[in-house]
Design a protein around this ligand. Structure first.
Ligand code: ATP
Ligand code: MG
Length: 457
């Protein structure tokens, strides 16, 4: 009988039985146990076992195997198109023995393998027919909503600084808090994040930002995250005028991340928005000035923020599309939106509808992280009006040369000689169509061209 609260997939049970049938011990472990106990559907089912990699390879010789992790003890078996990772019980030489960072030490005991895992909620194992093996109070921490290091938090973060960000990411995903000693150790060790590779930092921060409670965790633990992105620190406590704001720059940024609505965005769009909300005001502390009347201003923080965002994302080796998307949004996040059709069409021409839809999503999140006043309401309403009109014009309007009812061939057919003048004329026609001076109709456009050509001949 499977007494586990959640059904373990048939293929994972089969792997456990096969390993056990060959005289080894084997359990599902880590994230899948945590997620199952939370009533969530696990993404992967990882298995830990006393079997060594070469024994696993022998046992599953007739299956498709992925052996890229073999030297760390991991053999993946592909069953029905899905890979299952099986890892030999090990100590993490990766982190403990800096002289031989590539080596891991295989061991026979499950308890030793659980001891090297990062958090109590990630250090539980289970096999059908038994109890959940929970040596560090993981189930109690799951119930209490706590991220707690296995063992001494200072030592665990010293072994692997990336765990600092993993703690934040799991808290943001599950709406958990860091147990006080874990939080204190993470804060004390934050600067060691500088020793972690850019790629690993990027991946963890990206996972954190896209988690459902990211904003809440940023607000609570921004000073920890500042170990990876030091530009955060001046934002903490940087006050803003009460007429518009109820938060300092950092809490405002965190609230904007929390307020983001990424529905209707594809994966890349959602990712761009998360990073843009996180970084949109990053230059405010640098741009802060105070007028004679005592009011704070942040002139130039769009452009400066865009440059800072570029340098942060480059440092983190973020993908090119993310750097372009985020810096583009930050550069105009606070610019006034056009209200008249010709200007909206010019923005569509310059930025494209997808970008402008993202800009609106960022502006809603930004405004929802302001004080709730009639002035802020009004600004939000203006964004709505812009968005509606922009989407309508994106569908029906003409704002690119390709959308004109005539093309270069038509112009030459009408008597215009080939050459740069063709492109220039098309562009002039587009400007006139966008301005509403000409309808986007073939005859009207050709008539204008003929008249113009006749006049200059
Ligand atoms: P996710 O749903 O994000 O995949 P997960 O818990 O499965 O969550 P993984 O990164 O896939 O996380 O790692 C699997 C398990 O390996 C973890 O549950 C944890 O027990 C252990 N682990 C992973 N990374 C570390 C680390 N840096 N230090 C210690 N243990 C780790
Ligand atoms: Mg996993």
């Amino acid at each position: 009988m499977n007494r586990f609260p959640v059904y373990i997939p048939r293929d994972a049970v089969w792997l456990l039985q096969k390993l056990r049938g060959a005289g080894h011990t084997a359990y599902v472990v880590g994230g899948c146990v945590r997620d199952s106990l939370l009533g969530r559907t696990p993404g992967d089912w990882d298995i830990c076992t006393s079997a060594k990699p070469e024994e696993m390879r022998r046992l599953f010789a007739d299956k498709q195997l992925i052996l890229t992790g073999e030297k760390h003890g991991t053999v993946a078996v592909v069953l029905h198109g899905k890979p299952y990772e099986m890892t030999t019980y090990r100590l993490d030489g990766d982190y403990r023995d800096h002289r031989h960072p590539e080596k891991v030490q295989f061991v026979d005991e499950l308890s030793l393998d659980l001891a090297r895992r990062d958090f109590t909620i990630n250090a539980m194992a289970y096999a059908p027919g038994g109890e959940v093996i929970d040596l560090y109070g993981g189930q109690a921490d799951l119930k209490a909503g706590i991220i707690r290091c296995v063992g001494d938090a200072d030592a665990r973060f010293a072994e692997d600084a990336l765990r600092i960000l993993r703690a934040l990411r799991f808290a943001a995903r599950l709406d958990f808090t860091l147990q006080p000693a874990t939080a204190a150790a993470a804060l004390a060790a934050r600067d060691t994040l500088q020793t972690v590779s850019a790629e690993r930092l990027y991946t963890e921060i990206d996972g954190l930002l896209s988690a459902p409670f990211a904003g809440k965790i940023l607000a609570q633990y921004g000073e920890i995250l500042a170990g990876a992105v030091p530009e955060i620190l001046p934002c903490v406590g940087c006050t803003q005028p009460g007429k518009w704001h109820c938060y300092d720059v950092w809490l405002h940024s965190a609230a904007a991340v929390q307020a983001l609505d990424t529905r209707g965005q594809d994966t890349r769009g959602a990712r761009i928005l998360c990073w843009a909300a996180f970084l949109h005001d990053i230059a405010k502390p640098l741009c802060r000035s105070v007028d004679a009347d005592g009011a704070a201003h942040f002139r130039g923080h769009n452009q400066r923020g865009s440059a800072m965002t570029r340098s942060i994302l480059r440092r983190l080796k973020a993908p090119g599309y993310l750097i372009e998307g985020v810096t583009g949004l930050v550069a105009i996040h606070d610019a006034p939106l056009p209200t008249a059709d010709p200007e909206i069409l010019r923005w569509l021409n310059r930025y494209g509808a997808e970008f402008l839809r993202r800009l609106c999503a960022l502006k809603y999140a930004d405004l929802d992280a302001h004080a709730h006043t009639p002035d802020v309401e009004k600004r939000r309403y203006d964004v709505q009006i812009f968005e509606q009109r922009m989407l309508l014009l994106a569908k029906n309007g003409c704002y690119t040369i390709r959308q004109l009812a005539v093309n270069g061939g038509d112009l030459m057919h009408a008597g215009m000689p080939a050459g740069p003048a063709v492109g220039e004329t098309l562009n002039t026609l587009l400007q006139q169509v966008m301005d509403g001076q000409l309808p986007n109709e073939r005859e009207a456009l050709l008539h204008t061209v003929r008249t113009h050509a006749g006049g200059t001949r």
